[in-house]
Write a protein that binds this ligand. Sequence first.
Ligand code: E4P
Length: 229
Amino acid sequence: MKFFVDTADLAEIRDLASTGLLDGVTTNPSLVAKAGRSFLDLVAEICEVVTGPVSAEVAATDYETMLAEGKHLAKIAPNVAVKVPLTPAGLKVCRHLANEGTMVNVTLCFSAAQAILAAKAGATFVSPFVGRLDDVGQNGLGLIAEIVQIYDSYPQITTEVLVASIRNPIHLVESAKMGAHVATMPPAVIRQLYAHPLTDKGLSQFVADWAKTGQTILDQPIPRRAAAE
Ligand code: E4P
């Protein structure tokens, strides 16, 4: 499963990229507003830090302007994935850009029917929003299961299921069990994935016991017999 980070905070992106576990980045207009920087400069810098897909969302909602914005954004770097909303005009833009070889992320997907349309429009990624569905009392993870099942039934579908609006590690783990291709997570959720109290407890014990040996690893030469083998 690929891990994308859902943020426009460059410092966070640099930090997470240094772990070697980051496959891409998603941004949206709300995240860009929070970053308070020139959008295109920001996307260009993110694309230098991360070699995988970087989603940059169009701002317009009409076909002509969205298409022009999408083409403009795609010129920033080859790893830009143009993000378009799941509307009739958005999917028309998706088809056009996909035909030109541009990666497209179709966002704001809240139903299996919409996900089928995104695949038919040639989307590289479809982004179903798990947390926002949960927020309105619907089953976000249930939607992921439905989309994965449908896409798996048609080998010609190449659209990847990009699980979005992830709020906790359970959303990630359950999506991975279903075989979703990508998860985009806020930095805090990615950091939560590392955490387990027994890891902390076990490590403290090992550190304490090692101190009792009075040894250091790096001060000890490699034994001759091991080096010869
Ligand atoms: C996905 O691309 C969206 O930017 C994001 O996952 C939305 O998450 P939210 O519902 O936490 O805002």
